[in-house]
Design a binder for this molecule. Structure first.
Ligand SMILES: Nc1ncnc2c1ncn2[C@@H]1O[C@H](COP(=O)(O)OP(=O)(O)OP(=O)(O)O)[C@@H](O)[C@H]1O
Length: 682
């Protein structure tokens, strides 16, 4: 027998509120995601050339990681086949499901090439808790394992919330193994029919709530288990401390089952490394090997409880109620010696042969079945149908807010073209679109409400692209608007000169004071003078008087260069920031202060105070905190180019700024870009 493991990590979560999804699936995305998860299980059941195939969903919480990386989600498959060829075939089929199956529409998976032991080590685990179906061990010896009543709508959000609050490492693992049809099925099928027949007899003799429930439940087992595909399940929590296990697992039970089914039942058993060494190690080993273990079980199974014959404990509760009629059934209590014996009471013989199950009947035609013991029913509490278990076997489905501990990665980056096509009506003289939020809704900023902005982010985080996106919108509403740029890199904005727009670019910090002065005279002084002349107090009124004047934008691309060259220049700029902030709203003079190095020397308190809107791309958590009083921008991953944390007109949230295609010399013509929408009148 050859064995292999296939593991994937979930790298992208579905975003149902995204524009793309709502357009395609309307409001039914949630249902479709759930169906795609169910399909995974059906697919798994159909891998029939594979033996003992096991599939595990793992939620791993590690508080040592940054806040968007604390929760990791894995799917691990363990399968074996007779020969290498079948094994390879199974692997290809499994891979295909993750790559192109319906699940891949909603989740993006990363194939993990590493050995399993390299993905997870378990040295930190000291306690393991398991969710087991509630079982009733009645004093009189009755035994009843309940079925799971699955909540098919479980989205796992409550579980992720609890996991996120933990201050310890924690692994929640839901594992299913396809139950081979031949495997000990005959034994429990036989036991089931004996139990049903026995309970039926009892209900005719007395009214007993428990017996009624037991009969109903065992009949349900007969209907849904006997001829169906089944899974063995294990639902485990592996933890550093014992204290959080019950909380997490109960939250899982509450999410995965219908509220009326968990009631007061106890679902959880816990073993600890020091106290239940053998059980602990056995169940830990099962996790290491992506296997099912049944080591953890309820104390009631200890002793000789399971050894009893099914009919033995079924003594009437009040023998008086039964009168003499009971004798026939109960006084000749069964034991293996008299099983199948012609001297068996006739009612006993009928018990088996009149059992509800077709299998029982057909088996009985050919041979006598052994007398069933309580322990023959024991496998039932470790089995589940697809319907029962599907509430538990669930990848988290995000709601309106991101899943705590996981980065909300978007399914696709929106381009500036897409945003422009969908939302250009939101680009006005006073407002522009910063980008899209994680629900793919446009995030707006307002020039009239917030005069100045601070843009920060490490090299390559997407600042320059963002500035181009702002410039595009600034000019789209009026190509005659004037822009001043202090860009000491010197090449990022030169293309604007080819656009024949009103732009002035200063490339050396040394000449920057001239630019500052020029802006002051050409824009500030001029506006002041015009307003006095026309007797008005703001830009809008001036425009209404017929004066051809509009907002002006001053971009300082690397503020650190200015601070390096001269602290005097920095002070002057800060003074202007303040001056234009006070009057900016009315005057229409706006500054975007941009830096890679958001140190205290560059981003002084003056700057953070004056720039009321902050767009912070990836920076260190410290820098994020300094600028935003929130460390969120420190969690932005390196790959998430264009993603920023915004604090400003639209509140505080993550925003995904779009990539804007630029004209490149003769290679990319202006007409092939959005810039063709800026019509400069000659
Ligand atoms: N919104 C975005 N979506 C996708 N990719 C982007 C986005 N913004 C930038 N990029 C990619 O990242 C690269 C670096 O972006 P950009 O030049 O804007 O970074 P920067 O923060 O200005 O870096 P530096 O400070 O070094 O100039 C770009 O060439 C582009 O390919």
């Amino acid at each position: 027998m050859k064995r292999s493991v296939f593991s994937v990590k979930v790298v992208e979560l579905p975003n149902h509120n995204s524009h793309k999804f709502t357009k395609q699936y309307g409001t039914s995305t949630n249902k479709l995601v759930i169906n795609s998860q169910r399909e995974l299980l059906l697919h798994w059941l159909s891998l029939n050339n594979v033996h003992n195939s096991t599939l595990s969903i793992r939620y791993f919480h590690n508080p040592e990681e940054s806040s968007e990386q604390q929760l990791k989600l894995y799917l691990i498959a363990n399968y074996s086949a007779n020969d290498f060829h079948n094994l390879q075939q199974a692997r290809d089929e499994i891979a295909s499901f993750f790559e192109v199956g319906n699940l891949s529409t909603f989740y993006k998976f990363e194939l993990l090439q590493k050995e399993l032991s390299q993905i997870h080590d378990f040295k930190w685990v000291s306690h393991i808790g398991e969710v087991i179906k509630p079982e009733i061990f009645n004093l009189q010896g009755y035994y009843l394992p309940y079925l799971f009543e699955a909540n098919q709508d479980n989205n796992m959000l409550a579980v992720c919330d609890v996991l996120h609050r933990l201050k310890e490492k924690f692994l929640l693992e839901i594992t299913l193994q396809v139950c081979q049809s031949s495997e000990d099925r005959e034994t429990w099928v036989n036991a089931l029919s004996q139990m049903v027949a026995q309970l039926q007899l009892l209900t005719t003799k007395s009214k007993d709530g428990f017996i009624d429930t037991a009969l109903k439940t065992y009949k349900q087992y007969q209907e849904s288990y006997v001829n169906r595909n089944l899974f063995k399940y294990s639902i485990k929590a592996l933890a550093e401390t014992r204290s959080n296990i019950r909380t997490v697992l109960m939250t899982l039970v509450q999410s995965a089952t219908k509220s009326n089914s968990y009631g007061e039942q106890d679902y959880i058993e816990i073993v600890s490394r020091d106290r239940d060494e053998q059980k602990f190690l056995e169940t830990l080993r099962a996790t290491e090997n992506v296997d099912i273990s049944t080591a953890v079980e309820r104390k009631s199974w200890e002793g000789d409880f399971g050894e009893k014959y099914i009919r033995q404990p079924m003594k009437p509760k009040l023998s008086n109620d039964l009168g003499d009629g009971s004798t026939n059934i109960y006084s000749n209590s069964f034991n293996s010696a008299n099983f199948g014996h012609p001297a068996l009471p006739s009612s006993g013989g009928a018990i088996i042969r009149t059992g509800a199950s077709a299998i029982t009947q057909s088996s009985n035609n050919s041979r006598r079945l052994p007398l069933a013991q309580i322990k023959d029913l024991k496998p039932l509490h470790r089995l589940a149908t697809l319907e029962e278990i599907s509430g538990f076997f669930r990848l988290v489905i995000p709601g309106n807010t991101p899943v705590p501990g996981m980065a909300t990665t978007r399914l696709a980056y929106s381009t500036a073209e897409e945003i422009f096509n969908n939302y250009k009506h939101l680009m006005t003289k006073d407002e522009y679109i910063v980008g899209l939020d994680d629900e793919d809704n446009p995030v707006i900023s307002s020039w009239s409400e917030i005069p100045h902005r601070l843009v920060a982010g490490v090299s390559g985080a997407g600042k320059s692209n963002f500035l181009k996106w702002i410039i595009f919108q600034f000019l789209y509403v009026n190509p005659k608007r004037r822009i001043y740029i202090a860009d000491f890199g010197g090449v990022d904005f030169q293309w604007l000169n080819h656009m024949k727009v009103n732009v002035e670019i200063e490339t050396t910090p040394e000449n920057c004071p001239n630019l500052v002065e020029k802006i002051h005279q050409q824009e500030y002084e001029r506006r002041l003078q015009l307003m006095q002349e026309y007797g008005v107090s703001n830009l809008k009124e001036l425009q209404e008087e017929g004066v051809e004047i509009d907002r002006t934008l001053w971009i300082i691309d690397e503020a650190a260069d200015i601070a390096d060259v001269s602290s005097k220049l920095r002070d002057t700029i800060e003074k202007r920031l303040k001056e234009y902030a006070r009057k900016g709203r009315k005057f229409g003079i706006h500054i975007i202060y941009c830096t890679q190095r958001p140190t205290t020397e560059v981003i002084t308190k003056q700057v953070t105070d004056q720039c009321e809107e902050k767009v912070v791309f990836r920076v260190s958590p410290d820098a994020s905190y300094r600028i935003l009083e929130d460390a969120s921008a420190g969690d932005i991953s390196k790959d998430a180019k264009g993603r920023a944390y915004l604090s400003g007109y639209s509140g505080a949230k993550f925003v995904n700024t779009p990539l804007i295609k630029m004209p490149i010399g003769s290679k990319v013509k202006i007409s092939d870009t959005l810039w063709a929408n800026i019509h400069v009148k000659k």
